[in-house]
Design a protein around this ligand. Structure first.
Ligand code: ZN
Length: 580
């Protein structure tokens, strides 16, 4: 059935493009853009049919009831889809499209190439058992109130039908997996089984579904939970004499960086830039620490070693805590201050018609990050934006960092960026939002606020920001070092504690993360560097007409696109000199 649907999509695409070609009187701007918009829809429709889980998470709920068995046939379908899309894309002349569509074109091309590469080269379905953790989608369906409860529960029920076949196939696919990913998957799946045993059962009770039907649904949920736990046990007991290393290796790493980060520079160049950045930050931090020393230590002699000096000043400043339990109120108090500062300094226009709601992190999200921001999905632009307050205890979350956190997650960070992005009507950019751009903007926003005098130019604030920023910088150094240069555990930990001034526990947690992920940790610094570089280039181009506000607004107006394509548009000849 799925195959048939796919073929229909392909036919429609070919037909539309055929029409365009037959017209053949050279590029006609409006017409190509109109044809391209139609093609975008068929690209997405085809993708959702192929990947119902991704569709559900994107907020597209037509296929919520489907779960595909991860066999060779399903991967062949992905490769075919990718090839068809690349062929369809090649029939458009990208130079005739408008800026927004040009960027979409590049993003779609990248998606299709990445899909092929993942099946044919990365092959993580063999060595990364966390790929088979499908419990997240089920959790989303049962917990997110996007549709009436009974409807969501019935989709959940139907989706469960393929769970036994799914894990039977997964056992066939897993070969010499990475040990760290294997135990992570076993833990995630064991915990995830609770969604079927508890969340689903609890929600059923609250629903108006008849008793008899409920009983049938509970039976299947029970079988599903047992199947998932059995797979977790199978993973744990797996005889794995020659596990694959958790280190990705340079070749795969470079390719993954290219597809996931989509930066102008390569992984190695970004790594080199991070090493340089660390050096210059240390230099600035030493200067600030020398200046602050007498204020906090009086006549006590300064440590000769500059990293030791910085570390002592940071420790002293970090003791200014916010009481646990007071975080939510502290954040609520902070946001209006950020708004008036941005208005006073005229940094960018804020649209506050959809407010940012500060809330306690919901239970099913717990443990992901200390704080996070959730924005309405691409298919639900009218949804709420939330500032999720998780566990923010410990010296990392002192009074200074709390303010930086509010900038990063909220204003002018993620919340503001998302508000701008939702105004650009591209589904493609919302769905394949570029993480380096998104995180880079939040980091860029922190520095921009400080550069404009936020917190009265206090040297304490600047020093603590540098410490915070070193986290992004060292994430990049660590990730690249571990996956391509064999960086040893003790060297990684030393980098984080000694040179980024992190607590032992935080550094240990980061080491764990770098053994079960790759490239992801590069987004923050890469995006930050690209945006600051772009601003410099833009300044040069615009000259005396340059205004920070114009840059910020114009940059954000392109949506969550890779910075290199925004750059192409912003620096193009004839592109306007004021904000768009
Ligand atoms: Zn962030």
């Amino acid at each position: 059935m799925i195959k048939k649907i796919l073929i229909t999509a392909v036919l429609i695409t070919t037909f539309l493009l055929g029409c365009k070609k037959d017209g053949g009187v050279g590029p006609q701007q409006g017409r190509d853009d109109a044809a391209f918009a139609i093609y975008e829809n068929s690209f997405l429709e085809g993708l959702w049919k192929l990947d119902p889980d991704q569709a559900t998470m994107a907020g597209y709920h037509k296929y919520d009831s489907l779960l595909f068995v991860p066999d060779d046939k399903s991967r062949d379908k992905r490769v075919n889809y990718a090839k068809v899309q690349l062929d369809s894309l090649s029939r458009f002349d990208v130079t005739t499209l408008n800026d927004a569509n040009k960027i979409d074109y590049h993003i779609m091309q990248n998606q299709a190439e990445m899909m092929e590469w993942k099946v044919q080269e990365l092959k993580s379905y063999q060595w990364d058992p966390t790929q088979y953790n499908i419990t997240g989608t089920f959790a989303y369906i049962v917990n997110e109130p996007y549709a009436p409860l009974a409807k969501r529960l019935r989709n959940f029920y139907e989706k469960m039908a393929n769970i036994p076949a799914y894990f039977k196939e997964a056992e066939k696919q897993v070969k010499s997996p990475v040990a760290e990913l294997t135990s992570l998957a076993a833990g995630q799946l064991t915990a995830g089984a609770g969604i079927f045993e508890k969340d689903f059962a609890d929600s059923l009770k609250k629903s108006n579904i008849p008793q008899g039907e409920q009983k049938q649904m509970l039976d299947r949920a029970h079988t599903s939970a047992e199947t998932i736990k059995a797979f977790a046990e199978w993973l744990t007991a797996l005889k794995n004499d020659k596990p694959r290393s958790f280190r990705l290796g340079k070749e795969l790493y470079d390719a993954k960086f290219k597809y996931e980060i989509q930066a102008e520079l390569g992984a190695q160049q970004i790594y080199n830039a991070a090493v340089e950045r660390k050096k210059s930050i240390h230099h600035e931090m030493a200067k600030l620490s020398k200046k602050l020393w007498p204020k906090y230590f009086g006549t006590k002699p300064m440590p000769a070693d500059s990293l030791e000096l910085i570390s002592q000043v940071i420790d002293t400043l970090s003791s200014k805590h916010v009481q646990p339990g007071e975080f939510q109120r502290a954040i609520e108090n902070e946001l209006p201050k950020l708004i008036s500062f941005i208005k006073a300094k005229d940094l960018l226009t804020l649209d506050l018609s959809k407010p940012l709601i500060v809330r306690k992190e919901p239970g099913y999200m717990a443990g992901v990050a200390g704080a996070s921001e959730s924005s309405p999905g691409p298919y639900d632009k009218d949804g709420n934006s939330y500032f999720n307050v998780g566990n923010l205890n410990g010296p990392e979350y002192n009074q200074y960092i709390l303010q930086i956190l509010c900038i990063h997650e909220g204003i002018p960070g993620h919340y503001v960026q998302q508000t701008y992005a939702n105004k650009s009507p591209s589904l493609i950019k919302s769905i394949f939002g570029n993480n380096a751009m998104i995180e880079g903007w939040a980091v860029y926003g922190e520095e921009m606020m400080l550069d404009n005098g936020f917190a009265n130019d206090e040297p304490e604030m600047r020093l603590m920001w540098y410490k915070w920023h070193l986290r992004s910088v060292c994430n990049t150094i660590l990730d690249y070092g571990v996956h391509t240069q064999n960086m040893a555990r003790q060297d990684g930990l030393k980098l984080l504690t000694h040179e980024a001034f992190q607590q032992e526990a935080e550094a240990e947690g980061k080491w764990k993360r770098v053994t079960v992920s790759s490239v992801q940790l590069d987004s923050y610094f890469t995006g930050y560097k690209e945006i600051t570089d772009l601003r410099e280039a833009y300044k040069k181009k615009i000259n005396e007409k340059y205004k920070l506000k114009d840059f910020n607004e114009k940059f954000l107006s392109y949506g969550s696109a890779p910075v290199k394509y925004i750059k192409e548009a912003m620096l193009a000849k004839g592109s306007g000199s004021s904000g768009g």
